[in-house]
Write a new protein. Structure first.
Length: 210
């Protein structure tokens, strides 16, 4: 007879829009390039969105160095570090993000170096030349891998590109998402403050074994 395995809980968080500002919005504001205001809240096809962004950046001559300079001035969202610290005090936490290794060092320092899984940019002569995903639908794959290891996964996201991750999790909530995303997914809870989010996380029933 197979014994039941003890279940450990993992909290999986998107990064941009949940803990940090949207990087591309900040770059758009700094450079005055309005085309860069288009984000995953507007475009569900992430590959199409990134190819569009790279074309826009190269058309306007924006370098990786310039993008990193913008990121280096961004704070975390108000209350994000305290929220993250409370989660880490109680559970295992992983950030599942469609950001890039070349963008993340500033925010990782501000957040106390959490475990972040993300993508990588191809850079040529200081300009963005392309991007490399880990695997297709990496956020969903990460959630499914944790579940296969018998973790109970609670996932939080804010955009179209988070939906497959949320659907793969044991429990999921939207956080400060656009009205269109919430309206299209009425079965998912949707909250707007860290206090509400922590209260919802606490309310999730996690089995001791399975």
């Amino acid at each position: 007879m197979t014994e039941s395995a003890l279940v450990q809980r993992v909290i999986a968080l998107d990064m941009e829009g949940v803990l940090t500002p949207e990087i591309w919005i900040a770059v758009a504001q700094r450079t005055g390039i309005d085309e860069l205001r288009r984000t995953t809240r507007d475009e569900p096809d992430y590959d199409a969105l990134m190819r569009y962004r790279i074309d826009v950046l190269n058309t306007h001559g924006v370098s990786l160095k310039q993008i990193r300079e913008v990121i280096a001035e961004l704070p975390l969202l108000e209350g994000a570090r305290e929220f993250l610290d409370e989660l880490r005090r109680r559970w295992v936490v992983v950030l599942l993000s469609d950001t890039f290794e070349q963008f993340d060092d500033h925010f990782l320092e501000l957040m106390g170096y959490p475990h972040l899984l993300c993508h990588r940019l191809d850079v040529a002569e200081g300009r963005l030349a392309g991007w490399r995903r880990r695997v297709d639908d990496a956020k969903r794959c990460a959630v499914e891998a944790y579940r296969a290891l018998n973790y109970h996964v609670t996932a939080i996201g804010d955009s179209y590109n988070d939906l497959t991750m949320l659907r793969a999790a044991d429990a999921a909530s939207l956080f400060r998402c656009p009205e269109a995303v919430a309206a299209a997914n009425p079965d998912l809870p949707s909250v707007s403050t860290y206090r509400e989010l922590l209260r919802w996380i606490d309310s999730v029933q996690v089995p001791a074994t399975r």
